[in-house]
Ligand binder design. Structure first.
Ligand SMILES: Cc1ncc(COP(=O)(O)O)c(C=O)c1O
Length: 385
């Protein structure tokens, strides 16, 4: 059977070829160190695991959960947003629980776009924005992010005809894959742009808590007027080493939260109640565990950046996220990534996998144990450029 054309039209799995090269390298006996995927190696903090253990014994949580997330979970999300950004949200109308932020990001276009509507998506960027738009029959207008603009989109350059057909703008700071950050001045421009063109501003804040040397990301809601235009996606995945648990939430515009919730109630039944209980414990932990995690990534970032410089490369030194974005000598990112895995057994993500403007870069992830990162750096230092 041929799959549906919407599936056939999805972009090919970008890392498939690299995966093949990785397997070939392993078959030749190379011990491959993967710095390609952003999946924390550190364990979920024990108080969160303990809360899940206790919740597992509660039979009421073995039943279908509340579709939108339990009142307790949504209240904890609202309390966390207030503690972290000084912004108060109504947990009933302005917060929706998600089965990981990827799930909400992937469903958003189905909730707010009609076929033929345009979605403005950054590239390089998290590939799900564009894939989900395509699945909803929407058209993607890519916003190229370039080093000379600090990897911020040039909103003034979006053609008027596109603005007229656009329904939503995606932004993502701290940014995957470049590690770039945005200030409130940029958020103010994005809010103004979305208000003028009647767009939903979709802010993906998956990395808001991963920052170095005291850097802490802002929320788009710290900008006046954001309440009228924005929704912001937050995830437990990166902050609390909970990628496998699948728990996140979206906050903001009730006229976006409601249709997204209506869509989801037809597709899923909300996050597992035990996982919601664990997320409540996570959100109530205070900044200690987050700060400890940031310390680990900062140490690894410094080690990797130093090693890459010693190898003759010119990496960015990110203030946030656990990614290091590195321009490739000669500009062939796919060839460079293939060489790293074939010759050194170090797997990285070629930048063109995140969009055409990512060509010429590779992304290193800091989510491996220190000893493995040290080993990778030692190998990279032998790199003959
Ligand atoms: C920018 C960005 N947004 C969202 C996600 C999804 O995270 P999760 O579904 O685990 O919340 C990721 C995961 O890598 C990401 O990089």
């Amino acid at each position: 059977m041929r799959p549906a054309s919407r599936i056939e039209q999805l972009p090919a799995y970008l890392f498939a070829d690299l995966d093949r090269k990785r397997r070939a390298a392993e078959q030749r006996g190379l011990d491959v160190i993967s710095l390609s995927i952003g999946d924390p190696d550190l364990p979920t903090p024990e108080p969160i695991v303990e809360a899940a253990r206790a919740a597992l014994a509660d039979p009421s949580l073995h039943r279908y959960p509340d579709y939108a997330g339990s009142a307790r979970f949504r209240q904890a999300c609202a309390d966390w947003l207030e503690m972290r950004f000084g912004q108060r949200f109504d947990p009933q109308r302005e917060i929706l629980g998600l089965i990981g932020s990827k799930e909400g990001i992937a469903h958003l276009p189905l909730a707010v776009c009609n076929p033929g509507d345009v979605l403005l998506c950054p590239e390089p960027g998290y590939p799900v924005y564009a894939a989900a738009a395509q699945l909803a029959g929407a058209e993607v207008h890519a916003l190229a992010l370039r080093a000379e603009r600090g990897f911020l989109p040039d909103l003034d350059a979006v053609p008027a005809g596109i603005c007229g057909r656009a329904r939503a703008l995606w932004i993502n700071y701290p940014h995957n894959p470049t590690g770039a950050v945005a200030g409130l001045d940029f958020y103010a421009r994005a809010v103004d742009f979305c208000a003028r063109h009647e767009l939903v501003l979709c802010a993906d804040a998956a990395y808001s808590e991963i920052g170095f040397e005291g850097y802490r990301a802002s929320s788009v809601f710290e900008v006046p007027g954001a309440r009228e235009v924005a929704v912001e996606f937050h995830s437990m995945s990166k902050t609390f080493n909970m990628t496998g648990w699948r728990i996140a939430f979206v906050a903001g515009r009730p006229d976006v939260i409601a249709p997204l919730g209506a869509l989801k109630s037809n597709l899923d039944s909300g996050p597992f109640g035990v996982v919601q209980a664990a997320a409540v414990a996570a959100l109530e932990l205070g900044p200690g565990p987050r700060d400890a995690v940031c310390e680990v990534y900062q140490r690894r970032r410094d080690r990797l950046v130093e090693g890459l410089r010693a190898a003759g490369l010119a990496p960015s030194c990110p203030r946030a996220t656990f990614y290091v974005w590195v321009p490739v000598p000669g500009g062939d990112d796919v060839g460079f990534a293939a060489r790293l895995v074939e010759q050194l057994g170090v797997l990285v993500a070629p930048g063109s996998g995140f969009g055409p403007s990512g060509a010429g870069y590779v992304r290193f992830s800091l989510t491996v144990a220190d000893s493995r990162l040290d080993e990778a750096v030692e190998r990279l230092e032998k790199l003959a450029l």
